[in-house]
Design a protein. Structure first.
Lengths: 291, 539
């Protein structure tokens, strides 16, 4: 039986839908604008806004994708994202699971030990000194090790693990499984939603990170995509100017090239979202509610 | 459990192994070829390539090694501070601001350079400075010692802040000559706003926007923070032999009265609040290019210059002109461009000094380098050779003539033939240049004894008054001791007051109240410090 909805209800629905569509468009528009620019030929005036490219060209993509720095950056970013995600996800699980077990001695102490880092952090200079004295400068490890464990992710994962019934773990124990086997064969399979969620967070964070690469990497061959992209985007803005350099001799990339670089650097990680989306929503909800 | 232990020990061992491998290196005396290695930072727009052909050429010529650190320009101070905190001090440090220079002195990472040593080992540096910017060094003293060498460039040809009128609009509203006095300016602005200069039947044009204000303020004798494009900065200017802060001078009240009237009458573009550039390349005035305003002072003169040579690409003209040509090629011909003329300042009878080359940017040298006498002397000898002749300078700056580049004859759009710099061989390729270029110098001097090479730029810019501009400069070249303490608050007070007065949120007389408030909030301390510094330098 479908209840007949009043006119007031329906107008409210329409109003809400319109507002949401509007909000959606305001977030989509900047991206669409860049997308349009990336297909626009450079000899069109770029001081105006366009919804569709006034003069279609693929030249921008050909130019960007054949740029050596962008390609190296791409490869470095993929390596860093994969390696960093594997390390961070394993470290997070290996930390969160013990913290979720009642039988852990000094559980309270260890938990607050992790939580406290969310309020007090070392700061940039001590982190830099640490990475430097560990000898990680100019290596991929400087990008993946310092971020191996995030307290926030550990807490989220721990809360999820707590929600797993004790009886599940106990039954496995009765069957003779040790702790590692229980984690691997019992806990992880039922925790896929939260693991998928954390994986996505970490992967996106790694994909987007640039400042660590800027300070820890020296050689051009080790820089990540975002650093290269940033440099291209910032070219010609006031921030990058040096008043006493012969500026007019400088080669400045056009807005179309900049837009294409942004698209090239963003689309790969966007493509990942739909595949993990279903876990994403479920995972966060469960972790949060049961905390 | 066992496997867990194994994993842990594996991780520990890996980290230790990695640290021993990477931790090696360093050592600062000569290498096996008897070469000193100088680590350095510099202004860079792309990652330094340690194998750049031009870098190798310089290293081989002078028998030294240069280790260029990658320090991203936009985060320059931040990253350099990290390195310094980590005990990594480059031998040759490019410093971005006077404030940073002061800090490095306080931290003790840099050492002063003795003038006697410069005279003995690098007299050519002093000679070139004497030719182009006599007395410049006095501005680089900190605590009575010369800590840095200047960085500037005179080689770029005549340029300055432009005043650009739309000639077609002037004609459309019945004005047949470029306005010359402030009243004529006002007349033109009102006509631009009210008489539909673009003939589209809509009331959608304005006289001027943010950047044009600099010409108006300058006519009153001073340039406040408001009048500037780019990074706004408070100007300190001379008044009766003393250094004063421009934004609080009484003349600014008169200027504001005029400008706020324009705002009320719809002559000043209401978007002046956010400026004329709407993103992308900084020097482009979107408001002007899109035909919303008819007068601008945005960017520098060369952004409005037509393309120099007949055979060059259309995009080689100044960025503003190029964008303007794309939309309206006929109107581009009508642009009236000139430097800020002296007559605009007649009302205050003020003249400004010629171009000055003192900058925040400068070169400093690490303590360890200066203390290693032999190594520092070698570096000074290299600089001395670079500044001995234009040929040597060109070698260090661009590369060897005849190998990397050479002059060729080219016909300019003005009909004359000029010597033009052209790249040779591999260097013609832009990607190759990007990978292999490297410049090693302190500043770019003019070399008056060398053959004068005419450029289309100078022939375009000098008749338009860009060689000797009556444009005021900020004459405070150091960071004042209390500046960091007060400046954030003072900037806020000033911005609000100027904005409120122009938009009519406050009456004109609010200016006096603002000046009082500014002084009371620390401005007075800065005024005293600036005055004391100015007296000391010129005393």
């Amino acid at each position: 039986m479908i209840k007949h909805r009043s006119i007031g209800d329906r107008t409210a629905d329409i109003f809400i839908a319109l507002v949401l569509i509007l909000i959606c468009l305001t977030t989509l528009y900047p991206f669409w604008y860049l997308f349009t620019l990336s297909f626009t030929s450079g000899d069109v005036s770029l001081t105006r806004m366009y919804l569709i490219p006034p003069k279609l060209t693929l030249e921008n993509y050909a130019k960007v994708l054949s740029d050596g720095a962008i390609l190296t950056g791409f490869i470095n970013t993929i390596i860093r994202t994969v390696l960093g995600t594997v390390i961070a996800v394993s470290c997070t699980i290996l930390t969160a699971y013990p913290l979720s077990r009642k039988e852990l001695v000094h559980k309270k102490f260890f938990t607050s030990f992790v939580i406290i880092t969310m309020f007090v952090s070392g700061g940039t200079i001590p982190s830099y000194l640490l990475v430097k004295t560990l000898g990680l400068m100019d290596t991929i490890w400087a990008l993946v090790l310092p971020t191996a464990i995030s307290a926030y992710n550990v807490i989220i994962a721990r809360n999820f693990f707590i929600s797993i019934p004790d009886s599940l773990v106990e039954s496995a124990k009765i069957d003779g499984a040790n702790d590692l086997v229980i984690l691997w064969k019992v806990v992880i399979p039922v925790s896929l939603p939260i693991i998928a969620t954390i994986t996505l967070w970490i992967a996106v964070a790694h994909w987007n990170a640039w400042f660590d690469s800027l300070i820890y990497t020296q050689s051009a061959s080790k820089q990540v995509l975002q650093v290269v992209m940033r440099r291209i985007i910032l070219e010609g803005t006031q921030d990058m100017m040096n008043p006493d350099a012969a500026e007019e001799a400088m080669h400045v990339n056009t807005e179309t090239i900049k837009a294409t670089t942004v698209i090239v650097a963003t689309v790969p990680i966007l493509v990942v979202y739909p595949f993990i989306q279903k876990y994403f929503v479920k995972g966060v909800m469960i972790g949060a509610v049961k905390g | 459990m066992k496997s867990m232990k194994k994993i842990v020990s594996l991780v520990v061992v890996t980290v230790i192994a990695a640290s021993t491998v990477v931790g090696c290196g360093g050592g600062d005396s000569k290498d096996e070829n008897g070469r000193y290695t100088y680590s350095m930072t510099m202004y860079q727009t792309s990652t330094a390539n340690p194998d750049a052909v031009q870098l190798k050429a310089i290293e081989d010529k002078y028998n030294i090694n240069l280790d260029v650190w990658n320090v991203e320009w936009q985060k320059y101070d931040e990253i350099l501070n990290l390195k310094l905190a980590g005990g990594e001090v480059p031998d040759i440090i490019y410093v971005k601001t006077a404030a940073a220079a002061q800090k490095y002195v306080d931290q003790g990472v840099v050492a002063p350079i003795s003038l006697e040593l410069l005279e003995e080992k690098a007299p050519n540096i002093l000679k070139r400075l004497e030719e182009d910017a006599p007395d410049i060094l006095k501005y680089y003293y900190i605590d009575d010692e010369l800590y840095s060498l200047p960085s500037f460039s005179v080689g770029a040809g005549a340029n300055g802040i432009p005043m650009v009128w739309r000639g077609d609009w002037l004609k459309n509203v019945g004005i047949n000559k470029v306005p010359e006095s402030l009243d004529e300016y006002e007349e033109a602005f009102y006509k631009f706003a009210k008489e539909d200069p673009d003939g589209n039947g809509k009331n959608d044009t304005y006289g001027l926007s943010r950047s044009g204000l600099i010409a108006i303020f300058a006519a009153y004798g001073y340039v406040p923070t408001m009048g500037q494009t780019g990074t706004p900065q408070g100007y300190w200017m001379e008044r009766d032999g003393k250094l004063v802060y421009s934004s609080v001078q009484p003349e600014m009240k008169e200027a504001l009265a005029r400008i706020s009237k324009w705002y009320a009458d719809g002559v000043l573009d209401p978007e002046f609040i956010t400026g004329e550039n709407k993103g992308g390349y900084w020097a482009i005035s979107h408001q002007f290019v899109n035909g919303i305003i008819g007068f601008t002072c945005h960017g520098m003169s060369y952004h409005w210059e037509p393309k120099a040579f007949v055979d060059s690409d259309a995009s080689s003209s100044g960025q503003d002109r190029y964008e303007f040509e794309k939309l309206n090629s006929e109107a581009a011909e009508s642009l009236e461009i000139s430097g800020i003329p002296p007559y605009l300042s007649k009302e205050t009878q003020k003249t400004y000094p010629k171009k000055e080359y003192v900058r925040g940017e400068r070169w400093m040298f690490s303590k360890s380098l200066v203390e290693d006498e032999e190594k520092f002397n070698k570096l000074l000898e290299v600089y001395n050779d670079i500044y001995s002749s234009r040929e040597n300078f060109e070698f260090a700056n661009t590369g060897e003539r005849g190998v990397v580049w050479d002059y060729e004859d080219a016909v300019s759009t003005n009909g004359k033939t000029y010597k033009r710099t052209a790249y040779l061989g591999d260097w013609k390729d832009e990607e190759y240049r990007k990978e292999n270029s490297f410049s090693f110098n302190l500043f770019t001097p003019s070399f008056p004894e060398a053959e004068k090479i005419d450029t289309p730029r100078d022939d375009w810019a000098i008749p338009r008054g860009f060689d000797d501009q009556y444009m005021p400069n900020n004459r405070l070249y150091v960071s004042l001791p209390s500046e960091s303490k007060y400046s954030a608050e003072l900037t806020k007070i000033e911005e609000e007051a100027y904005m409120d007065i122009i938009t009519g949120a406050q009456p004109i007389d609010y200016f006096d109240e603002f000046v009082e408030k500014w002084r009371a909030s620390g401005g007075e301390v800065l005024e005293q410090e600036a005055e004391a510094w100015y007296e000391e330098v010129n005393g």
